[in-house]
Design a protein around this ligand. Structure first.
Ligand code: PMP
Length: 423
């Protein structure tokens, strides 16, 4: 289909792995929802820059200035990629988890936080100091909006509030109604942060159009290497907060007081939360990935991913023992992630067999979203799952699923091999 992008070249596409049945096969990386392979283009950009890197921010030398420019300009590239407002801040962090913990550390006093029990643990757990309301798993996108509206209407309308929601689930791949949830949050005087870790690599994001206050994502899921992430959005809460880490780079002026203490003036820019020498290569590789995805064109990337999803859905539908997990129904729009169980099979054994016999790398488990997976598997979320409820009692049947996930680097052959292997 000419509307589809060709698979983008990624690292590791020619790696071969041995099979227990003898011989070897090229590795089919179908675990993009954990970490996607880096784009060759990102690797090339980093390699081209590597001989020139120097200290950032304080260096007077030419290479220091080059590195500082690359680091600072990466913020603008990311802001453009996310469709940010002109006065938004782009803070470089280590990951989505780090970004959401940074925001949690920057909440105003008495801030109430609203999350769905279906969230990834990175968006479910950082708010432990705040007053958290954990909302029941909705069964339709409309129910998600209604549930949030009801919860916000019941809250103290005078205090600050934050809603944290994922844009695409790393378990089901399903898209959440971000624009509508943002409108509901704002109608009730709350702010909203979008966990775009699973969304941004697969779907365009627009902070302005969707009117979200912050967005967080990770480089390693966006075809860049590990170790860097982004929190982008409103400056006010970030600037009012104590620095996430205290140290050099975050401080503008430091002086010893006569009484023996230390006075500090902190930066009011993104640097406030980036103390220490920053991960320049991480930031630059995220910016490179943003550019590569934009140049490939999201309409073409989405069309290709839809084709891969359709292949997997149609293939799994032929196997009566397979049950695909979904909250919003089988036909709900999704990115390239599907979790499923196979009747009569232990999910871990099934995933191990895909690797050993077919050279296919998927994942089994609860995907850092325990309450969601338990809900999807039909176990009682009140008894077992959501937000702080006790773990499954010992002796209870272990519950987990198999997840296949793919994206811009996936050739048709990988999903075709997967479908044939499951059959
Ligand atoms: N949120 C979602 C939806 C995710 O898929 C992930 C990664 N699986 C995270 C948050 C956490 O990302 P990281 O491990 O890079 O912090």
């Amino acid at each position: 289909d000419p509307a589809c992008a060709a698979p983008l070249p990624v690292l590791g596409r020619d790696v071969t792995v041995p099979l227990v049945t003898g011989g070897e096969v090229t590795y089919a990386a179908l675990d993009y929802a954990a970490s996607a392979p880096a784009l060759q283009r990102v690797w090339d950009d980093v390699a081209a820059y590597a001989p020139y890197y120097g200290s950032v921010h304080r260096g007077a030398g030419y290479l220091s200035q080059l590195s500082t420019d690359l680091f600072e300009n990466s913020r603008g590239t990311v802001a453009e990629f996310l469709g940010c407002r002109s006065d938004d801040q782009v803070v470089f962090t280590r990951s989505t988890t780090d970004s959401l913990n940074l925001l949690a550390a920057a909440l105003p006093a008495d801030c109430q936080v609203f999350v769905f029990e279906t969230e990834h643990h990175a968006s479910l757990l950082p708010w432990r100091e705040a007053r958290v309301t954990c909302l029941n798993a909705p069964r339709t996108p409309e129910e998600a909006v209604q549930t949030l509206e009801r919860a916000l209407a019941d809250r103290d309308p005078h205090g600050p509030a934050l809603v944290c929601v994922t844009g695409a689930s790393n378990v089901t791949g399903e898209l959440w109604p971000v624009r509508e949830l943002a409108a509901a949050a704002h109608a009730h005087g709350a702010r909203i942060v979008l966990d775009a870790a699973q969304l941004a690599p697969h779907h365009p994001v627009s902070v302005q159009e969707w009117d979200v206050d912050w967005v967080a994502f990770s480089g390693h899921k966006l075809y860049a290497p590990f170790g860097s992430g982004v929190l982008a959005g409103r400056a006010d809460w970030l600037t009012a907060a104590e620095p996430y880490l205290a140290g050099g780079g975050a401080s503008r002026k430091v002086a010893r007081r006569a009484d023996g203490g230390v006075d500090v003036e902190w930066h009011e820019t993104a640097a406030r939360h980036e103390a220490g020498s920053p991960n320049v290569i991480g930031a630059y590789s995220i910016a490179s990935a943003c550019k590569a995805l934009t140049e490939a064109g999201f309409d073409r990337l989405v069309a290709r991913e839809r084709h891969l999803i359709d292949t997997v859905r149609a293939g799994l539908a032929q196997v009566p023992e397979v049950k695909v997990l979904s909250l919003f129904g089988d036909d709900a729009p999704r990115v390239g992630v599907l979790s499923f169980v196979v009747e009569g099979w232990n999910s871990s054994h099934f995933a191990a067999a895909l690797s050993a016999e077919y050279g296919i790398g998927v994942r089994d488990g609860l995907f850092c979203a325990h309450p969601l997976v338990r809900t999807l598997l039909g176990s009682d979320p009140q008894a077992q799952g959501a937000c702080g409820a006790p773990e499954a009692a010992s002796g209870e049947k272990s519950l987990n699923a198999i997840r296949v996930s793919f994206g811009a680097g996936t050739p048709d052959e990988h999903v075709e091999r997967f479908v044939a292997a499951v059959a």
